[in-house]
Design a protein around this ligand. Structure first.
Ligand SMILES: [Mn+2]
Length: 194
């Protein structure tokens, strides 16, 4: 079973994260931010993984919590992927949520890159500043060792646009870390190194 845990303690936050792949287990997420909790819960459910995340802010700055949760969860994911042998490596999904249509493509090959276009004009959704969304995915990509491209193709309700993006990212990740039919347990790279 692929599982990984990570802890990050700074003068700004204390974050703990555990992720177990391909299991419909616990989703215990408490970051102190309701929209972030909601999005991570959607991610865990639709990626088919168990996720535990707790975050405590030491400086009451929301920006630091979002960034550090992304870094810590990404680090836990990298540990869960271990040597990355046998995974499909690539995944993609397009998800509809009422007016919103979001597409995500993922490469779990160890190359950190995130490009996101949420098409949002809203500056804030619930208690989340939307400027934090690209930052979340950049932070997650850097510590998880993944490439992600997210595009909201249509949509006018910002909550739907963001939630559909996390669901698409979740399904793309699930496809990418599931056993690759062509891989037979091998490293998914012709280079011989990820
Ligand atoms: Mn929602």
């Amino acid at each position: 079973m692929r599982s990984g845990s990570s802890e990050r303690t700074t003068r700004e936050t204390v974050v703990r994260a555990t992720i177990t792949l391909n299991i419909s287990g616990n989703r215990e997420i408490a970051t102190g931010q309701v929209m972030l909790d909601h999005l991570l819960d959607q991610f865990a459910f639709h990626a088919g993984c168990a996720v535990e995340v707790t975050a405590r802010s030491l400086d009451s700055i929301a920006h630091h919590v979002v960034e550090d949760v992304a870094l810590t969860l990404g680090c836990a994911l990298s540990k869960a992927l271990d040597d990355r042998c046998g995974i499909a490596r690539f995944g993609s999904a397009t998800i509809a949520m009422d007016d919103a249509l979001a597409r995500a493509a993922v490469d779990l090959g160890g190359r950190p890159y995130a490009r996101t276009d949420f098409g949002l004009t809203a500056q804030r959704v619930e208690d989340l500043d939307t400027v934090m969304l690209p930052h979340f995915f950049r932070s997650f990509a850097s510590s998880a060792g993944l490439t992600v491209h997210i595009d909201v193709l249509h949509g006018f309700d910002p909550h739907h646009c963001i939630e559909a993006s996390f669901k698409a990212f979740a399904q793309a990740c699930c496809m990418a870390w599931s056993p690759g039919l062509a891989m037979s347990g091998a490293l998914p790279s012709t280079k011989g190194l990820l």
